[in-house]
Design a binder for this molecule. Structure first.
Ligand code: GLP
Length: 241
């Protein structure tokens, strides 16, 4: 595992973007798993900046980690809207090459199976870019999710819904289910980039990086992967230094 502790947010974004660029530049048709949440925002801003400076992402295919089930189409907190606003509207990945789980499918289980098959057909992920929830969740793989899980419908824990309520007008508006890539899909990626920022992530980063490997802390399973890069700021790294 490669561990980077950045001195400031600019350095954090630069290291994360450099890691992404190794895969963008190193493969003819790279496939990424991408996260939402507040964690990746400085990375996406840096990738947009690099695109403006001449970097092309036109050969890249992406699969987002997850999507809420049942948010109205175009809802600003839906992950399709999030990704367009923060990344896809500002870089040159053709629309047919980026994928978000269909949270409005009449048959969510069928949508999960189709999403899984599409990632498989693309050859799996070259790089999975990840944040981590306060309970160690990765994507929406909550504690207790099996390590070999594939794309599935996840019930969101109370803790996760409360954490995400900050983006909605009340917790009642936060969906209780989501589609998510499984831990098996994520652990099958050829490389993993785990990112965290802020003091509120210090405890879970200590558990993930220094605690036992257990499905009760999904992020801890990443330690079983052979090629993981971790990018933290000093606040998120406070518990491991
Ligand atoms: C969300 C997302 C995850 C994300 C995590 C942390 O619920 N489903 O993919 O990594 O929670 O979010 P944040 O980056 O806002 O702390």
């Amino acid at each position: 595992m490669k561990l980077h502790i950045a001195r400031d947010i600019a350095e954090w974004a630069r290291i994360a973007a450099d890691t992404v660029m190794e895969t963008v530049a190193g493969k003819p048709r790279p496939v990424f798993i991408l996260p939402t949440g507040s964690t990746p925002l400085p990375l996406y801003a840096e990738l947009v900046r690099r695109h403006a400076a001449g970097v092309s992402f036109a050969h890249v295919t992406t699969f987002n980690l997850d999507e809420y089930i049942g948010l109205p189409a175009g809802h600003p907190e839906g992950y399709r809207a999030f990704m367009k606003k923060n990344l896809f509207d500002h870089i040159d990945i053709p629309e047919g090459q980026w994928h978000i789980p269909d949270g409005l499918a009449a048959d969510p289980d069928g949508a999960a199976a189709r999403y899984d098959a599409a990632l498989e057909a693309a050859g799996g992920a070259d790089l999975a870019v990840l944040g981590v929830g306060h309970n160690g969740h990765i994507g929406f793989n909550e504690p207790g999710t099996p390590a070999n899980s594939r794309t599935h419908v996840a019930e969101l824990s109370e803790k996760t819904r409360r954490a995400n309520a900050r983006f909605f007008s009340s917790i009642d508006e936060v969906p209780s289910r989501a589609l998510t890539l499984g831990l098996g899909n994520i652990l099958s990626a050829r490389r993993i980039l785990l990112m965290a920022r802020g003091a509120d992530k210090a405890d879970i980063i200590r558990e993930v990086l220094r605690g036992p490997v257990t499905t009760l802390v999904p992020g801890s399973l990443l330690k079983q992967h052979a090629d993981v890069t971790v990018v933290l700021d000093e606040a998120a790294a406070a518990g491991i230094q």
